[in-house]
Design a protein around this ligand. Structure first.
Ligand SMILES: Nc1ncnc2c1ncn2[C@@H]1O[C@H](COP(=O)(O)OP(=O)(O)O)[C@@H](O)[C@H]1O
Ligand SMILES: [Mg+2]
Length: 262
């Protein structure tokens, strides 16, 4: 089943002589359960593409379908609803709400998606799944980068979205912490069957996805699938970390002097 499909998609920002053709005709299908990444130089159009797939923006021409719905045919309100229900976002800068606890940040996604059930319990459960079971009461300022991005992963996944979009999710983390966040996303991909599309400059991410797309000047120039990449990865430099699993991967170097919030 395809989660999203782009056909001849273009995106031009502005008009006249100063306009920028950010996407120049992109065809792409992402299937359910994929763990894919887009790489390419800065300015090649990665964020523009992810924003279209995330219903944060609308294409100039072509067709964008998310979970069987053509988004060009939707009103802004309908697009927002589709985004709240079907798409999970993980940003480079985490984008957590500073005055809310980790649990409340995760719960917010359930409110927006109007997910029925015991939302506080669902949020706590998801935070436990990303290794933050004992930090649910902390606000973002009381967590270091790795745990903050874990909260963002929990927030993206708690509503069980059709597609998780992560725009350079490891760019603001040191390489070890970034590797752990990547492990976590891969684990969520395999355990929950969540479909991931990342953008990245990070060679570790590029080496560990099961499909690597390359973007250049607004077009996709390569589409490489690595079947059985897990086995292949064990021989690489990062294999030790992949093989060691979650051992020691509980805190991402949190500041233990920070008091636990009530
Ligand atoms: N809101 C915007 N208005 C005008 N130009 C933009 C806007 N967003 C991105 N661009 C331009 O579109 C091109 C693609 O940008 P972007 O999608 O951010 O690339 P990437 O994420 O690969 O760095 C760049 O030339 C960028 O300057
Ligand atoms: Mg970008």
């Amino acid at each position: 089943m395809s989660i999203c499909q782009l056909k001849g998609v273009t995106k031009t920002y502005g008009s006249g002589p100063t306009s920028v053709r950010a996407l120049r005709g992109v065809d792409l299908t992402i299937e359910a359960g994929e763990f894919a990444a887009i790489c390419g130089p800065s300015g090649s159009g990665k964020t523009t593409l992810l924003n279209l797939l995330g219903c944060l923006d609308v294409q100039t021409s072509g067709v964008v379908e998310i979970a069987g719905t053509e988004i060009g045919a939707l009103s802004a309100r309908e697009r927002a609803r589709l985004r709240a229900e079907k798409i999970g976002f993980i940003f480079q800068t985490f984008n957590l709400i500073p005055v809310l606890s980790a649990a409340e940040n995760v719960e917010t996604a359930l409110h927006l998606a109007r997910t029925p059930g015991n939302r506080p319990a669902m949020a706590r459960e998801m935070l436990a799944a990303v290794g933050l079971g004992d930090m649910v009461g902390r606000r973002p300022g009381q967590l270091s980068g790795g745990p903050q991005q874990r909260v963002a992963v929990a927030r993206a996944l708690v509503k069980r979205p059709a597609l998780v979009i992560a725009d350079e999710p490891t760019a603001n983390l040191d390489s070890e912490t970034g590797g752990r966040i990547l492990d976590l996303m891969r684990e969520m991909n395999q355990q929950l069957g969540a479909t991931f599309l990342l953008s990245t400059h990070d060679t570790l991410v590029m080496s560990r996805v099961s499909r690597l797309l390359t973007m250049r000047d607004g077009v996709l120039t390569a589409d490489e699938r690595r079947e059985g990449e897990d086995r292949a990865a064990s021989g690489r430099e990062d294999g030790d970390r992949a093989a060691s699993g979650r051992e020691g991967d509980d805190r991402d170097g949190r500041d233990t002097t920070t008091a636990e919030a009530p």
